[in-house]
Design a protein around this ligand. Structure first.
Ligand code: SF4
Length: 231
């Protein structure tokens, strides 16, 4: 992971009368493999880190995805999330201000657990992050930090390589430390139409390519990332 600067906010901009807009790559209303319990997952669009081996290179461009009003998304999350909210991407801390607003709007409705991934380290964000990035840190219960490093791939809980760490930023999930640090597996969802999707951290490197080849799918063409890592 290259983390030379925490960077300015990127994405959809200030929005319209509906309030700030978040640039979203994908959503999952009930994921059991990216954090404790059943969680609403927001994958944001856009990542400035451009790592080699990125599992979702189509989510690297900052101008892709779908702009969504923070207020409407918060309402949906509060209505659907069972146990918590997980922020992934893309790079959540590239849209930190809007995600902090999202967390506040969700928690105004329900006190949900909030977890985020980032390709930067916690130390880097604390020392060099913008006020918005430090503000998002202040709202998290759990942070999984650091880049995915293919050579250190491991079957670990919620993360793909041994350099990545799970930080408890509050005491909400402290009891999980007593449980084995093993992978949470993958969640496969079928339909409603002739579709299949997976969510989670694969047990083996290059899972996505092998999975799509096994299904006879051709991954979308994207520019090759330039450095190694993962958020
Ligand atoms: S692996 Fe993670 S940090 Fe790296 S480019 Fe992809 S989304 Fe960004």
């Amino acid at each position: 992971m290259t983390g030379t600067g925490a960077g300015a906010e990127t994405g959809a901009g200030a929005g319209t009368g509906a309030g700030p807009l978040l640039r979203v790559a994908d959503l999952h209303p009930a994921c059991r493999t990216l954090g404790p319990g059943s969680r609403f997952v927001v994958w944001v669009q856009g990542c400035p880190l451009n790592c080699r081996g990125c599992v979702s290179p189509q989510w690297i461009p900052a101008n892709g995805g779908t702009p969504m009003a923070v207020s409407a998304l918060a309402e949906r999350i509060a209505a659907e999330a069972a146990d918590g909210l997980t922020l992934s991407g893309g790079e959540p801390f590239a849209q930190a201000g809007r995600l902090a607003s999202l967390v506040d709007a969700v928690r105004a409705r329900r006190d949900l657990s909030v977890m985020s991934y980032t390709g930067w380290t916690l130390e880097h964000l604390r020392a060099h992050g913008t006020p918005a990035q430090r503000g998002l840190l202040d709202r998290l219960d759990l942070l999984v930090d650091g880049p995915y490093v293919r050579g250190r791939h491991g079957d670990l809980r919620w993360r793909g390589s041994a350099n990545q760490r799970v930080h408890h930023l509050t005491e909400r999930h402290r009891g999980l430390d007593a449980e084995p640090d093993t992978g949470a597996g993958l969640q496969i969802d079928l339909g409603p139409g002739p579709t299949v999707r997976w969510a989670g951290v694969p047990r083996t490197p290059d899972f996505r390519v092998a999975f799509e080849a096994a299904l006879g799918l051709t991954p979308p063409a994207v520019d090759g990332p330039s450095t190694e890592g993962d958020g």
